[in-house]
Design a protein around this ligand. Structure first.
Ligand code: FMN
Length: 394
């Protein structure tokens, strides 16, 4: 039997039937006022029915200031909470568990996008430094991320937005939280010297750059009554949207950060290896190299194996999860060798609604034969490229 199918408990309290985790996947299909509807209920519960150990929700915006993506969900009001409750109920009825992923895009936005423009909201950032990249197909001229940025004056106001969102998520019945601290979004913007030139307690030395993330984790811990059901998703080797760090910086930053997270006894640390030369990229957003001059990594560098032992050691309170272009075979081997506890699969879950069944019976995973539009759209109905993937049994 694949070691991925062995049960495990998060924080010693949340039993999972196996170690296969569906990663957060923004799919832009929340067409009902940025709320999930029947399409999302069907999508997530189909994957829970197949036996997925843990499902992470797509990134969900915690405030209108961080929310520019059309048809991506928000968690701001009671109405949003009720809509998500139906999704979580569907997953629970199928025997699954589900974490909520709070998200604030920070400087990776464009103030001309309707979600911000109609509300006359600024684009908030750790520092007013434009992010590289960004493609706004709905805007004339297809601009990148905006240069029109407002530095966050009081980070605790944003921490309170996280607090509000995770309190709503708790009421919706989610089993825990995965904090998105990679991909170039707000939480990571505080970590990275390229995006954070603040001179207050939130910028400069590593302890200051990690402060915002740790305050968010503490706020979640407060709402949740402990850290056991918190996962933090990080990517030390990230390059997306101006997040690249020198090897010396990333070693110092993530060494400190991971030790702080484990000292708090967070349930899971999820480490991505995007941005290394271990992964090949697929020509889309995952294309992760070459790294810019001055930012190279040691040949074959793997952040999961490097930082993993800070999380996974005898008696550790935290579990180690990894993501980015793992095959079932590699993940299985790493769990067998005691180097990983859990594995996130992202893209494979899009076109394999029966991924766990395939692992169970050794059936090769299906590949995407429909092109990149299945990821984020466009689509004519939200079901398209979302709830229309065949299973082996079908
Ligand atoms: C379409 C798409 C949307 C994604 N959305 C999110 C997201 O909302 N939050 C997040 O943390 N990661 C997001 N990711 C990253 C995945 O969760 C996962 O970490 C990544 O795809 C690597 O895993 P994989 O190689 O198995 O696909 C997204 C990836 C894709 C392809």
């Amino acid at each position: 039997m694949s070691s991925l199918l062995e049960p495990i408990a998060i924080g010693g309290m949340l039993a999972l039937r196996n170690r296969v985790v569906m990663g957060a996947l923004t799919r832009n299909r929340c067409v009902d006022d940025m709320k999930p509807g029947q399409a999302q209920i069907d999508h997530y519960s189909q994957r829970a029915k197949d036996g997925t150990g843990l499902i992470i929700s797509e990134g969900v915006f915690i405030d209108w200031t961080g929310s520019h993506w059309t048809n991506a969900p928000v968690m701001i009001s009671e109405d949003h909470c009720k809509a998500w409750q139906k999704v979580v109920d569907g997953v629970h009825q199928a025997g699954g568990k589900m974490f909520f992923q709070p998200w604030h895009a920070g400087r990776c936005q464009n103030d001309l996008m309707p979600a911000l423009k109609e509300r006359d909201l600024p684009v908030l950032a750790a520092s007013p430094l434009q992010a590289s990249g960004g493609k706004y197909r709905d805007l004339p001229g297809v601009p990148g991320h905006t240069a029109n940025l407002k530095e966050i004056e009081n980070p605790s106001e944003i921490v309170n937005m996280f607090r509000r969102a995770v309190a709503l998520a708790k009421r919706a019945g989610f089993d825990g939280i995965e904090l998105l601290a990679q991909g170039g979004y707000l939480v990571q913007q505080f970590l990275v010297p390229e995006a954070n030139t603040r001179t207050d307690d939130y910028g400069g030395p590593v302890e200051n750059r990690c402060r915002f993330l740790l305050e968010v984790v503490d706020a979640i811990g407060d709402v949740w009554g402990g850290y056991e059901l918190i996962c933090v998703k990080i990517n030390p080797t990230d390059v997306l949207h101006g997040t690249v760090m020198t090897f010396a910086d990333l070693k110092e930053t993530y060494d400190y950060l991971i030790k702080e997270l484990v000292a708090r006894k967070v349930g899971i640390v999820n480490i991505s290896r995007r941005g290394t030369d271990l992964t090949v990229g697929d020509g889309s957003f995952t294309q992760s190299f070459p790294r810019p001059d001055g930012y190279s990594l040691p040949l074959g560098y793997d952040p999961v194996l490097d930082f993993g032992p800070l999380v996974k050691y005898p008696g550790s309170p935290s579990l180690l999860m990894a993501n980015h272009e793992y095959t079932v075979e590699e993940a299985d081997r790493l769990v067998k060798e005691g180097k990983l506890d859990l594995i996130t699969f992202g893209r494979p879950f899009i076109w394999n609604p029966d991924l766990v069944t395939r692992i169970k019976y050794g059936i090769p995973l299906a590949q995407n034969d429909r092109g990149d539009t299945v990821l984020y759209g466009p689509y004519t109905s939200p079901e398209q490229g979302y709830n229309d993937w065949p299973t082996v049994a079908a």
